[in-house]
Design a binder for this molecule. Structure first.
Ligand code: HEM
Length: 126
């Protein structure tokens, strides 16, 4: 049934939590990313958990807490180059592999994340 959301098909809250927990250690280890993220990553993980829940079609947890995501605007304080967008996507690709998100859900999630990451670019390489 195509009315069932991606959120439900991947396994709901537990799987989104696993994905976030697989993603941020990679971000913190990546030479291009670790410099722009805060050392205390827990608050970022929590916001990403709320955001991805609604991004995948689950309950609007992020919006309930923080209002309209306006993600491009919220990222403007950080220099996001094309190389950083690719780095972010590579960490996410590995995280999706680690938590075993595959098949049609994976394809749908991946194409949306690629579009969003490219949309976040706000600075060219220097
Ligand atoms: C926040 C980097 C793409 C979702 C952040 C922060 C950084 C960052 C540095 C702020 C951390 C802090 O609070 O200090 C990047 C980079 C990206 C990228 C380099 C590469 C393209 C994305 C994408 C999404 C996303 C594609 C969603 C699909 C979020 C969310 C927050 C956030 C939800 C928290 C926003 C808030 O403060 O409420 N990101 N990001 N990011 N990012 Fe990204």
């Amino acid at each position: 049934n195509e009315k069932i959301t991606i959120y439900e098909r991947i396994g709901g809250a537990e799987k989104v939590r696993q994905l976030v927990e697989a993603f941020y250690p990679r971000v913190q280890a990546h030479p291009l990313l670790k410099t722009i993220f805060p050392e205390d990553i827990q608050p970022v993980m929590e916001k990403q958990y709320l955001f991805l829940t609604q991004f995948f079609g689950g309950p609007p947890l992020y919006t309930n807490e923080y209002g309209h995501p306006m993600l491009r605007a919220r990222h403007l304080p950080f220099p996001i180059t094309p190389a950083r967008a690719e780095a972010w996507l590579s960490c996410m690709h590995e995280a999706l592999d680690e938590v075993g998100i595959s098949g049609l859900e994976r394809e749908q999630i991946w194409s949306r994340l690629v579009m969003s990451a490219h949309h976040m670019i706000n600075q060219q390489e220097k």
